[in-house]
Ligand binder design. Structure first.
Ligand SMILES: C[S@@+](CC[C@H](N)C(=O)[O-])C[C@H]1O[C@@H](n2cnc3c(N)ncnc32)[C@H](O)[C@@H]1O
Length: 217
């Protein structure tokens, strides 16, 4: 179901202490906004935040940045993050949520941010050939990510979409990543560190197999 645009979303987001209104202001100095030098992990296209809220609240020894472009889903992400942290009485100091266009992510992250891990969960497959460059795993994007990934950093990518997955394997290889773990049936693979996202729940109900890989620089 399509979410209706909520005009009041922005002021509510801006009143939230873990929402970053101007992420480009922190280019190259994300450690300073977190106030420590813990590893930083990033989720691209966090949607309603089901994944990042569980991961970040249960991993206080790392910092997390969650990005989406739509205020109306970011608002739900904010609520889900608050709920998860409250449930375990934890501080939200290790998470930052923001609106940003991923196509130009180099404007908010660079080499000095040394991002340890990027999570890309169920991004749009962009079927038309003329739209392939909008895929979050397209080489244009992977090359941007390389500019701020830590030397031993990696990307965790999952999708229900076989076509996107197969194309992405080539994209990662072409862009100089090596694929360490790969499965076309994540839930039967024995991989025990998976956190199910909102879209993943939907695809599981439809009986689709989840494809997953870990690629390192
Ligand atoms: C299919 S949803 C997946 C949401 C979530 N990761 C999940 O697995 O449930 C993709 C999300 O990525 C966001 N998104 C897609 N393209 C984007 C872009 N270029 N920049 C920022 N966000 C984007 C959308 O707004 C949407 O919330």
């Amino acid at each position: 179901m399509r979410l209706r645009k909520k005009a009041w979303a922005r002021p509510v987001l801006e009143s939230c202490d873990f929402f970053v209104a101007n992420p480009t202001d922190y280019l190259g100095r994300w450690n300073s906004i977190f106030g420590n030098s813990k590893e930083i992990c990033l989720e691209l296209g966090c949607g309603k935040g089901g994944f990042i809220s569980k991961l970040a609240s249960s991993t206080p020894d790392k910092n997390f940045i969650a990005i989406d472009i739509k205020d109306e889903v970011l608002l739900l992400a904010k609520e889900n993050i608050e709920k998860e942290y409250l449930a375990i009485n934890a501080s939200t100091s290790n998470i930052k949520l923001m609106s940003h266009e991923i196509m130009i992510i180099h404007k908010m992250l660079n080499h000095d941010d040394s991002i340890k891990r990027i999570y890309i969960n169920f991004c749009n497959p962009w079927y038309k050939n003329s739209h392939n460059a909008k895929r979050l795993t397209h080489p244009n994007q992977l090359n941007q990510y390389k500019s701020f990934l830590a030397p031993n950093g990696d990307i965790w990518f999952k999708t229900d979409n076989e076509l996107l997955f197969d194309a992405s394997i080539k994209y990662f290889e072409e862009s100089g990543f090596s694929i360490g773990f790969i499965t076309k049936d994540l839930h039967k693979s024995g991989f025990d560190r998976n956190i199910v996202t909102e879209h993943e729940k939907m695809y599981i109900k439809e009986g689709l197999k989840i494809k997953f890989l870990i690629a390192s620089v």
